[in-house]
Design a protein around this ligand. Structure first.
Ligand SMILES: CC(=O)N[C@@H](CCC[C@H](N)C(=O)O)C(=O)O
Length: 378
């Protein structure tokens, strides 16, 4: 891939890193992508906009099939604490899940094929709102994608725990089914010194957090896997006022759809018990639900054996993870796979100090441009 200047992609990643935006508000990011796309050879490119996303079709020389690469665009509500001099310029927002790298790799792939067209078509999807509320399902079903639907699709996710030069994947389930979880509690507020005249939702919320932990410990088969995480608890107004309301915000992860149903039915039973016990009202909302990421066996096994033939990367057949990814909705309709890309950094995804190794950008662009070229030579 001689005509690609990898240093320029490191700069692109740094530019994108500075402008993280919430799901479906990726306006600056979209504009940045569109501005960049204007700078590369246009002859084979067609570009469409879908909400805050971008779809790029690179016409092949004699297309019989269409391949796809999907990357996600949104940032997270995290105050960045990296050592970078190119930290986020958006207070309270950070690319802490690697989407800045995922997009940069997408631009690298487009850049390469814009001047080295393969026989088949390639569509590169820059998808908003992966962290929530979920852009994959509506993008997959959009009119903009309908006549560009790929025959096979690939996506990657950065993996802090693997060294640069590692690709990890598996046929079958890679990531879990997910559901967001929001529980609003309403009781009776009052003076801190008169608890018998109030109905304290801070106490109810604390007990409920503890009770929710019993679902995985006591209701899910220990040979199955599930997670119930409460990531945010809020309630009350002041230290000497009994809280009238409280809110729990969390997420549920399961490896099977049936276990998701079981976990939700247990949450509902515990919340109804909480209402009776505390004489309060409770409302449950599930927010965004994501389908599991299920790698199609034939495409994934072929990819694994192709990667194993390379000298420059190490392939690991990994275990399932309880991470969620709305890419599962693309895989529901299109054969394909997702893989982990090693970025070797001590802090995990969604951490304020996440500093993925930028050398992984070149690795991914090389591997994926070679892979699509190989597939197209068929
Ligand atoms: C790769 C990754 O970290 N994905 C997110 C997806 C979040 C889905 C949804 N907002 C939820 O919280 O359930 C993850 O947290 O796994």
């Amino acid at each position: 891939m001689s005509t690609v200047d990898y240093r320029s992609f490191v700069q692109i990643r740094r530019d994108l890193h500075q402008i993280p935006e919430p799901g479906f508000e990726e306006y600056k990011t979209q504009q940045y992508l569109l501005n960049y796309l204007k700078t590369i050879p246009q002859e084979r490119l067609e570009i469409r906009i879908w909400r805050t996303g971008v779809l790029v079709l690179i016409h092949g020389t004699a297309p019989e099939r269409r391949y796809g690469y999907r990357c996600d665009m949104d940032g997270l509500p995290i105050e960045e604490e990296t050592s970078y001099d190119f930290r986020s310029t958006h207070p309270g927002y950070m690319h802490a899940c690697g989407h800045d790298l995922h997009m940069t790799i997408g631009l690298g792939i487009v850049t390469y094929f814009a001047s080295h067209p393969m026989k088949d078509d390639l569509v590169v999807l820059f998808q908003p709102a992966e962290e929530g509320p979920g852009g994959a399902l509506p993008m997959r079903d959009s009119a903009e994608l309908a006549d560009w639907m790929p025959d096979e699709i690939v996506a990657l996710h950065v993996a802090p725990e693997y060294p640069v030069g590692t690709i990890a994947t598996r046929p079958g389930i890679l990531f879990a089914n997910t559901s967001e979880l929001f529980i609003d509690l309403k009781g009776t507020g009052g003076h801190a010194a008169y608890p018998h005249k109030a109905n304290d939702m801070v106490v109810a919320a604390c007990q409920l957090v503890g009770q929710l932990q019993t679902i995985v410990a006591r209701n899910v088969n220990p040979l199955d896997a599930a997670v119930v995480t409460v990531g945010k608890v809020s309630g009350g107004t002041k230290q000497n006022i009994i809280a009238e309301t409280a809110r729990l915000e969390g997420t549920i992860r399961t490896l099977s759809a049936d276990t998701m149903k079981l976990v939700k039915s247990r949450i509902e039973a515990l919340v109804r018990g909480m209402e009776a016990g505390f004489e309060c009202q409770a409302e449950i909302h599930y927010g965004a639900n994501y389908l599991q990421v299920y790698n199609e066996a034939k495409v994934t096994e072929e990819f694994i054996s192709w990667v194993r033939g390379r000298q420059d990367v190490q392939l690991i057949e990994c275990e399932e993870a309880m991470t969620g990814e709305d890419f599962g909705y693309f895989l529901e309709r299109i054969p394909g796979l997702m893989f982990w890309l090693g970025v070797d950094t001590p802090y995990g995804l969604h951490h304020a100090k996440l500093e993925p190794a930028e050398e992984a950008i070149e690795v991914a662009i090389r591997v994926l441009t070679d892979y699509f070229t190989w597939k197209s030579q068929g």
